[in-house]
Design a protein around this ligand. Structure first.
Ligand SMILES: Cc1cc2nc3c(=O)[nH]c(=O)nc-3n(C[C@H](O)[C@H](O)[C@H](O)COP(=O)(O)OP(=O)(O)OC[C@H]3O[C@@H](n4cnc5c(N)ncnc54)[C@H](O)[C@@H]3O)c2cc1C
Length: 341
């Protein structure tokens, strides 16, 4: 019989579970209920018993690894914590979030346990056994994987499961088994975190809307001039007012290396498409964009799509958007920003 362990960790605040961990909890609960098998949840953090209290109503066997060493992410301590939780729970299936913290150690932990691992899992189905789905070739092919080897580690792509919601009354002390960890000698001391100022971040995975900027923003406009400064202001104002995440076509981000006028806040990290990202947002709005890759591949996981293009014959916008506005994006975005203000 299978037995399932969900690996989780606390968020940067240290008191609650990270959102991706709560998504893994949902996936674990659903799988355990479908297979009618026991479920354990392991929590890693400085005071994980407190964080685990949010899981009191899951009915799962709760295990925790606690201590200051687990307040911050570091390969040696995180791998030791995951290994200790797995050895304590003896699962056949380990479900974990594919977040930076766990993804970094999961393959090493699977090796220590003599197990196998698959990453980027987007769904788990099957009638009797377990079938895990993931996408290959830039999200063009979906594979369904089943394995006999155990323990089988499955890393879930963020955003593919709803986060487990604990009711306020669940924040009561839970019955949590503390698991001791024998830490190897620590060579890495985490002295702090440095991240870009919030206002400078344009990639926002949790945003409802993905705003896609195409190369048209930096091309000659009907007056024969280039209006890159206006384009930058319109886009940044819109991002600020709407909270949208910024995606870009490859042509636009590539211009940085071509000595052309560019939008200074764009990097290749913003690129979506076949050689870029395929982010998950509820809505998408593409502007000044013609290409196949941003519309077909970059938008693959976007549910509601709209495009603003001067080109009424753009087959990709027409074929892939629910609504195409044949209009000047400079005018439309200026009007939208006015409505926001
Ligand atoms: C192997 C390979 C991989 C690739 N991978 C990717 C990828 O991952 N992502 C990607 O994006 N591309 C990728 N490409 C490139 C892709 O094929 C296209 O060349 C690119 O996406 C085109 O970018 P664009 O639509 O922004 O620019 P353009 O093709 O230059 O289109 C600009 C559009 O803006 C419109 N426009 C101009 N001014 C306005 C205005 N004022 N209002 C409204 N509309 C206006 C124009 O009418 C035009 O339709 C790849 C190509 C190859 C060969």
């Amino acid at each position: 019989m299978e037995s399932i362990l969900v690996l989780t960790h606390v968020d940067d605040g240290g008191a609650s579970l990270a959102k991706t961990s709560l998504e893994a909890v949902t996936a674990g609960m659903n799988l355990a209920a479908r297979l009618n098998v026991p479920l354990s949840i392991g929590v890693i953090g400085p005071d994980s018993a407190r964080a685990a209290s949010a899981l009191a109503q899951t009915g799962a066997h709760l295990l925790a690894v606690s201590g200051e060493a687990f307040a911050q992410t570091r390969y040696s301590s995180d791998a030791a914590a995951c290994e200790a939780l797995c050895r304590a729970a003896q699962p056949t299936i380990v479900i974990a979030p594919g977040c930076a913290r766990i993804a970094r150690v999961a393959a090493g932990v699977a090796y220590r346990l003599g197990g196998v691992i698959d990453a980027h899992i987007t769904a788990m189905g099957g009638t009797e056994g377990i079938e895990a789905s993931r996408w290959f070739y830039r999200q063009r092919l979906e594979a369904i994987i089943s394995r006999d080897a155990r323990p089988w580690f499955l890393l879930l792509d963020p955003g593919t499961n709803p986060a487990y919601e604990c009711a306020p009354e669940e924040a009561a002390p839970a019955d949590v088994a503390q698991v001791a960890v024998e830490l190897p000698r620590q060579r890495t001391a985490v002295t702090g975190l440095r991240s870009p100022a919030q206002s400078g971040e344009t990639i926002r995975p949790d945003a409802k809307l993905l705003f896609v900027a195409g190369a048209g923003w930096t091309k000659k406009q009907p007056d024969g001039q280039i209006h890159t400064t206006d384009a930058a202001r319109l886009i940044l104002d819109f991002l600020k007012a709407s909270g949208a995440s910024l995606g870009s076509s490859k042509s636009l981000v590539d211009q940085t290396g071509d000595n052309q006028q560019v939008l200074p806040f764009l990097t290749h990290m913003n690129q979506i498409g076949q050689t870029g990202a395929t982010p998950r947002h509820r809505k998408g709005l593409s502007t000044c964009c013609y290409g196949e890759e941003p519309h077909v591949v970059g938008w693959r996981f976007i549910s509601e799509r709209r495009a603003i293009s001067l080109d009424p014959n753009c087959g990709w916008a027409r074929g892939k958007a629910d609504v195409v506005y044949v209009a000047d994006a400079f005018q439309v975005m200026a009007e939208l920003n006015t409505l926001f203000s």
